[in-house]
Design a protein around this ligand. Structure first.
Ligand code: FES
Length: 124
């Protein structure tokens, strides 16, 4: 049985922006809550990097290499901890993380350097 994704207060995204990849399944034991500033929260699947979790929510993201080389995906970690899949090569500023190559170790709060805008799939 799957349960619908829980969205919390001040959500910018309506239910139609939540796709099937973001459904919480009870057998996923390590799912973490990812909060974007004070705007929107969602439950991330444990196998997703933070970048993949944002994409699963249809949130527009910035990236290039997706492997920790370029640093383009850098966001600010306001609260919580992350685990890197491998040590990234790109320079990481103080308080920043590379969401392409890390997963949420705890519930986290991040700040995007751009508005958390849902991708409008109907325009594509
Ligand atoms: S996309 Fe290049 S470091 Fe994340």
């Amino acid at each position: 049985m799957t349960m619908p994704l829980s969205c919390f207060k001040n959500s910018m995204l309506s239910p139609q922006h939540i796709n099937q990849n973001s459904l919480y399944t009870p057998n996923v034991t390590m799912a973490k809550i990812i909060k974007i500033q004070d705007e929107f929260s969602f439950i991330s699947r444990s196998e997703h990097t933070i970048l993949e979790a944002l994409e699963a929510q249809n949130i527009a993201t910035e990236y290039q290499c997706r492997q920790g080389f370029c640093g383009v995906c850098q966001v600010t970690l306001l609260d919580g901890e992350v685990d890197y899949l491998e040590d990234p090569i790109a320079f990481i500023g103080k308080g920043k993380i590379l969401p392409c190559c890390c997963k949420a170790k705890t519930d986290i709060t991040i700040e995007l350097p751009y508005p958390a805008t849902p991708i409008d799939n109907e325009r594509e």
